[in-house]
Design a protein around this ligand. Sequence first.
Ligand code: DAH
Length: 343
Amino acid sequence: MSLQNFLSALDSLKSEAISTLDSVKDADAFEAARVKYVGQKKGALRDIQKQMGSVAAEDRKSAGMRLNEVKQAIEAAVNDAQNRLGGGGGSDSDPTFDPTLPGVRPNIGHVHPITQTISHLTEIMGRMGFEAAEGPEVEDPWHNFVALNIPEDHPARDPLDNFYLATAQTGDERRNEEGSRLLRSQTSTVQIRVMENRQPPIRVISLGRVYRPDDPDATHFPMFHQMEGLLVDTHVTMANLKTVLRVFATNYLGGDVEIRFRPSFFPFTEPSVEVDFLWDGQWIEFGGAGMVDPNVFRAVGYDPEEVSGFAFGLGVERLCMRRHGIKDIRDLYSGDMRFLSQF
Ligand code: DAH
């Protein structure tokens, strides 16, 4: 073929292809035109490319350059037509795809309400100078019981009331021996861990999970959270304890919350009290507290004649549920997004 003929064949292909592509009205017409001009097997562009072999060798360079220009122009027309038809067309187009439907928004996660509560409580106590401390959830009997003045025959150590971790060497019957472990049943363990490592004055809180083999119901769950507080200094009194708890409750629950102490007993405090807050005209128990028992100070090597202190332990779920009007603790742990996304 002469160069002249080749070039004019290219020109007419170009104008025909572009005007066809510019006027396609739907995906079917587009697909037909696409296959006709740029199809891999029998497309017109491919055909004409093959014919270039019959152009004289010295003309091939200019023939090739022109071929490339035409190819680019037709491919651009294919893209334009595809865009004009809304991105459809092409052999992989999905006939069930409806571009007019609303999109699917990805779910953006957020912090769990209990984690939000922990941050809030930490922040309030931080303003009163309490520093956050942590301890392990897998504990030994020393930190969970012995150092807290809880004797071996105390019901709190009953295997049925605790999650002892049975291993080859430490079956249930050996739970009191060195080396046995349990999931901590209270955050009071952290009092001991802090005092073992520091000297007074001490002002810490510890927020974390505790475990007890309770059947789940609206107010019980085998895993829950406590906020433990400990202040050790000289001349600490119960009035200090009451003020700290009242300021805390007022900040967290809002309004000027009244607080009430009822006499109680805990092995690690003397005297011991149950702590109630007046909320919506009702007295509600939020936890226990008291003055640190001298035996606890002795266990960590402090001199009870020199130092005094108070401690308290409050239920984090109970606080969170009161503040947000949550009626069932199980809602917090069901993983139901309809519930969780409200927070
Ligand atoms: N550890 C107690 C419990 O889980 C709560 C408690 C009571 C903590 C009195 C204290 C305290 O620090 O002084 O029931």
